[in-house]
Design a protein around this ligand. Structure first.
Ligand code: DGP
Length: 118
């Protein structure tokens, strides 16, 4: 997926709408279009990086910024009793959008086990 066609790059460029909750020069956060919890945010680097698997030393700073932003956004959205972060990576990780993103999920009820135990 090129930057030109990437959905999240289009959101960054303002070519697609989003319900934005945060933006600075390097990072953006918005509500997931198909929420899986009462609060479901996505935090992305503005720079196109396909997935966590593609991250290298040059991404350290932006990854750090994202991780520090996550608890701030969680608090701002009332997730005072915990939340879950997910980074789906590649086919096995079930990644759907190939632009690195951190999911923040939470709400009043516990989210249950991380993965189903069959
Ligand atoms: P993942 O499986 O980790 O790649 O999840 C991608 C998420 O992105 C999925 O929960 C739905 C969300 N999503 C897909 N397209 C859009 C969009 O155009 N806008 C927003 N806000 N979210 C989107």
């Amino acid at each position: 997926m090129s930057e030109q066609n990437c959905i999240f790059c289009k959101i960054v460029r303002g070519e697609l709408p989003s319900n934005k909750v945060y933006e600075d020069g390097d990072v953006m956060a918005f509500h997931d279009i198909r929420p899986l919890a009462p609060v479901h945010l996505l935090v992305i680097p503005k720079l196109h990086v396909a997935s966590l698997a593609e991250c290298t030393d040059e991404h350290q700073t932006v990854l750090g910024k994202i991780m520090v932003l996550v608890p701030k956004l969680a608090k701002e959205h009332g997730l005072n009793d915990g939340f879950r972060t997910i980074i789906n990576t590649g086919r096995v990780g079930g990644q759907e959008v190939y632009h690195l993103h951190v999911h923040i999920l939470g709400g009043p009820s516990a989210l249950g086990p991380m993965l189903r135990r069959d």
